[in-house]
Design a protein. Structure first.
Lengths: 158, 780
């Protein structure tokens, strides 16, 4: 299949890559660009492990082609921390034991960061509703909910 | 950081997890994150038939696809392997059929998803394109879907080479059951269906295999729970010195049981890497996880309970049919675990359960978190509820009369483990645990709340279940502890983390003896190059067995550290302590770095070794054959919509006892995660097949996992009855949460519908299924 050259802007950095039109965004991020922090859990848009932010909006990177993401600002888990300083959401996940195996964690972090940036006054119930869009098999969600509520309560997300 | 009652310097404390920082920053290293030059990618051609004879495989078109390096079938692999089947089931005299999985199916396929061929290509995309072009000519054969029908006379057979479908049969029990029932005041009988789904770690399976010709070393990075057993199987199959194979477990995105099994894909990819002289990666996708990764499924129970006039148990008996799937991948441990778990919390003078395992044309069944124990608990608790109901007793009261009392501990049951060892309940206060759960749940006041709700048109209910779980499966897990020349404490083991925080747990145990500085401890886990022997992660075992070995090794290293330092400092060992990264003379400023002690202890040519023994390096394998029995009492509150059959779990109160706690936060996390899994088993998770054994739930849209909004309020209550079976006093906790949940939820749903006379005899409880039960009960 023929390849196309596209430019993807990931965490503020431009990457000029050649991809087949059928190549998914998540495979391109992971394999072509080498950012393996975004994970693949189901490839059918249910688990949310591949969640990244596209122009600030959480999307399933397994359900998009890379060519569709050209010209958009893509943010992944690798872009959350500033140097050695963790993003408040990352810190809250650690503080509240909101991860066990950590495989779903990047997707949850990007989901929560994306939603809280757009909706800083989100209620506790809305947080549970929002977190229901991703799957975690380890934690039973209780500590993920705690962590996100703690960040929301402090209004620290941006 | 908070100290638990058991708190030491690091042991018993909520220390930060050493695993977390890479995982929250996207710097974890899961198997699919491993990249290397020349890497090829595998895609498997799988059976579309539940049961079929393979007439031929035509791979020519696939081989011609640009970018395809190889297409391999069993005929291609056979010359390079010691055999064409994986013999991995634990031994048992109960087997009536040998159903070992083929490495790749060659004469017959026995379930949808069974691997038949593999395509190795430059990318997974190309490999999948080519896999579509592999033509497998098949003649469909009759398929066996229902495990009960499988055992009926005249049933089709799941394997055409077998005369029947009875894979294994055994009974578990003791005492004079017939006499117990003959003399009973009351007998109650329940026919139950229980279904559990898959493991569904969010990371599916996968591996990378690479042969390094310089060292003649085959390295396999596998998302497995059992690295050392995997190495042995590869060694046998590839006829390769085990020292020339290294199995490494990278970060693992959840295990939950199925990853303890060795799979055909691991053998094929490792063999392909050797054949092609290039590294090969295979990453399972979710659809494959549904059709090729082992799962738990159906059990049909027909059980009876005999009690005396005071509702004291005289005996339990019955039979159970277990859906074994198409092959024996692990053995009979799921039905064995179910049968063994059934009577455990209670004084049951006589017991007999006859178990038959039926071959079906479905994915092989092996343990999923809980490993049959939730089913055994469900069966026992359903019988107790039925008896309480019939005898007009409170559900808590009938249990109180029959739970093993604390003063009888250790309580020797006549049961035997699968290894033939006597089951001795070592410690715990089961009635106390139940009482604590009831108190916290507000059990006494619930009747009033229920009446109020009912008056307002809402149906709420409460239910109770007790469970006792054998944890810490032996015999041992090897752990090496050493102080390196840089002063760092290095811990190495074959124990395999999959999210529990195993590295943190081991570091806490070791740091407790060697300075108390978690930041000075490195842990290598799940690596066959780290220690010679090992098993891995399953059966709630690693804190018990690996923890005990880490403890023993750390104490031994500490002894050597102090002996060497005493010699170097010309001090008495009794005056020394390890503090942080130094050895200190107590009450003085005199210290020596751990690194300096390590260098000195390594010795110099011609000089005496300080302390007498070379090296600060000890490997221990503490053998613990007896299992440590943890216990739990769960109270579930539900609200039921009788018009739609919808059940909402509103609260779980969970009292449990896992002995001494190494890390309170990790223990809570394990328990809550288990409870969530139990909620899935109670309400959502069903691996569906149609009558022809075609799987019908092969996406996470069809097969429902628990989401955040399904999680109720969870109240955890801890008891601590240290076991005497290991020096740390710990019991396993990885599966504790899941075990009593379905039983507690069933009890609560019945309570919510008590005026309608609805009985709950199966799990999971779908809205449609419950609605049918309600209609059945209310239709005159």
């Amino acid at each position: 299949m023929s390849e196309r050259e596209i430019v993807l802007t990931v965490n503020g950095v431009e990457h000029r890559v050649r991809v087949e039109p059928r190549r998914t965004l998540v495979d391109t991020l992971r394999e072509t660009i080498g950012l393996t922090g975004t994970h693949v859990g189901c490839e059918h848009g249910v688990c949310g492990a591949c969640t990244v932010l596209l122009d600030g909006e959480p999307v399933r990177a397994c359900l998009m082609f890379a060519v569709q993401a050209e010209g958009k600002a893509i943010r992944t888990v690798e872009g959350l921390a500033t140097g050695d300083t963790l993003h408040p959401m990352q810190q809250a996940f650690m503080d509240h034991h909101a991860l066990q195996c950590g495989f779903c964690t990047p997707g949850f972090l990007m989901l929560a960061v994306g939603v809280l940036e757009r909706q800083p006054d989100i209620t506790d119930d809305e947080i549970v509703d929002m977190l229901s869009s991703n799957l975690c098999r380890c934690t039973g969600y209780v500590n993920i909910i705690k962590a996100v509520r703690a960040v929301a309560a402090q209004g620290r997300v941006a | 950081m908070t100290a638990a009652p058991d708190g030491g310097k690091t042991f018993g404390r909520d220390v930060p997890r050493m695993e977390d920082r890479p995982l929250v920053t996207g710097r974890g290293r899961f198997v699919d994150d491993i990249r290397m030059p020349d890497l090829l990618h595998a895609a498997f051609v799988r059976s579309a038939h539940a049961h079929a004879r393979i007439l031929g495989i035509d791979a020519e078109a696939a081989r011609r696809v640009p970018g395809v390096a190889a297409v391999l079938t069993m005929d291609d692999l056979r010359p390079h392997l010691s055999g064409d089947r994986l013999v991995t089931a634990l031994p048992s005299p109960s087997f009536r059929l040998d159903l070992h999985r083929p490495v790749l199916a060659f004469e017959e396929t026995a379930h949808v998803g069974e691997p038949i061929a593999v395509v190795i290509a430059l990318s997974r995309y190309v490999a999948e394109d080519a896999a579509d072009l592999v033509e497998v000519s098949c003649e469909a054969l009759p398929a066996v879907e229902d495990c009960r029908a499988a055992l009926a006379p005249g049933s089709p057979v799941a394997h055409s080479s077998a005369a029947h479908n009875l894979v294994a049969e055994f009974h578990l029990g003791y005492g004079d059951v017939e006499a117990a029932f003959a003399g009973a005041a009351h007998v109650f009988r329940e026919k139950l269906w229980q279904h559990r789904g898959g493991g569904h770690s969010i990371e599916c399976r996968g591996l990378v295999a690479r042969h390094d010709p310089v060292d003649d070393l085959l390295t396999v990075w596998s998302s497995t729970q059992t690295p050392h057993p995997a190495r042995q199987i590869l060694s046998d199959l590839l006829r390769r010195d085990p020292d020339r194979i290294r199995v490494v477990v990278p970060d693992v995105g959840g295990g939950f049981g199925p990853k303890l099994v060795f799979y055909p894909e691991e053998a094929v990819v490792a063999a392909a890497a050797l054949l092609l002289g290039r590294p090969v990666k295979w990453i399972e996708d979710r659809r494959e996880h549904f059709v090729a990764t082992t799962q738990e499924r159906d059990q049909y129970w027909d059980v009876e309970l005999a009690v005396d006039a005071d509702a004291r148990i005289l005996g339990v008996r019955g039979s159970m049919i277990h859906d074994h799937g198409a092959y024996s991948a692990r053995g009979t441990n799921v039905p064995y675990g179910a049968a063994a778990a059934m009577p455990l919390p209670y004084m049951v003078p006589a017991y007999r359960l006859d178990v038959r395992c039926a071959a079906t044309n479905k994915v092989p069944v092996t343990p999923v978190r809980g490993a049959g124990q939730p089913q055994g608990v469900f069966a026992m608790e359903r019988l107790l509820d039925r008896a309480a109901q019939a005898l007009g007793l409170d559900r808590d009261e009938i249990r109180r009369r029959n739970l093993v009392p604390a003063e009888r501990m250790p309580y020797a049951t006549p049961l035997k483990t699968r290894g033939g060892m006597q089951v001795v309940l070592d410690s715990g206060d089961y009635p106390g645990c139940q009482a604590l759960a009831l108190l916290r749940a507000g059990w006494e006041g619930f009747a009033a709340r229920k009446a109020t709700a009912r008056a307002a048109g809402r149906r709420i209910g409460i239910g109770l279940a007790n469970s006792v779980e054998g944890t810490g499966r032996g015999p041992y897990e090897q752990v090496r502890v050493r102080v390196a020349a840089d002063g760092r404490v290095r811990v190495a083991t074959g124990a395999a983390p999959m999210g529990q925080g195993t590295r943190t747990m081991l570091a806490q145990i070791v740091a407790e003896q060697l300075g108390g500085d978690m930041a000075n401890v490195d842990v290598v886990a799940g690596d066959t190059a780290a220690v010679a022997l090992g098993f891995g992660g399953f059966n709630s075992r690693q804190a018990v067995v690996a923890g005990s070995a880490a403890h023993a090794a750390a104490i031994a290293v500490r002894t050597r550290v102090l002996a060497a330092a005493a010699s170097l400092l010309e001090a008495s060992e009794a005056d020394l302590d390890v503090e942080g990264r130094t050895v200190k003379v107590k009450g003085s400023d005199v210290t020596i770095d751990l690194g300096a002690v390590a260098r000195a202890a390594a010795g110099l040519p011609g000089f005496a070794v300080p302390g007498g023994q070379p090296g600060l390096d000890v490997t221990e394998s503490v053998v613990i054959d007896e299992m440590a029995y943890a216990n739990a009492s769960a109270v579930a509150e539900v609200e039921v919509d009788a018009g739609t059959g919808t059940v909402t779990i509103t609260k779980i109160t969970f009292a449990h006892d896992c002995g001494r706690v190494i890390h309170p936060g990790l223990v809570d996390g394990q328990v809550i995660g288990g409870i969530a899994h139990g909620i899935g088993n109670a309400l959502f998770e069903r691996m569906g097949y149609d009558a022809d054994a075609q799987p019908v739930t092969t996406t996470l849209g069809d097969y429902l996992l628990v989401t955040a909004e399904a999680i109720p309020a969870i109240d955890l209550v801890h008891m601590s009855s240290p076991t005497a079976l290991n020096a740390l006093g710990v019991k396993g906790v990885g599966e504790a949460g899941v075990i009593p949940i379905t039983a507690a939820v069933a009890s609560a749903v019945e309570d919510a519908l008590d005026d309608l006379g609805v009985t709950i005899t199966g799990m999971p409880l779908s809205p449609a299924g419950l609605l049918a039960r309600i209609r059945q009960a209310t239709t005159p």
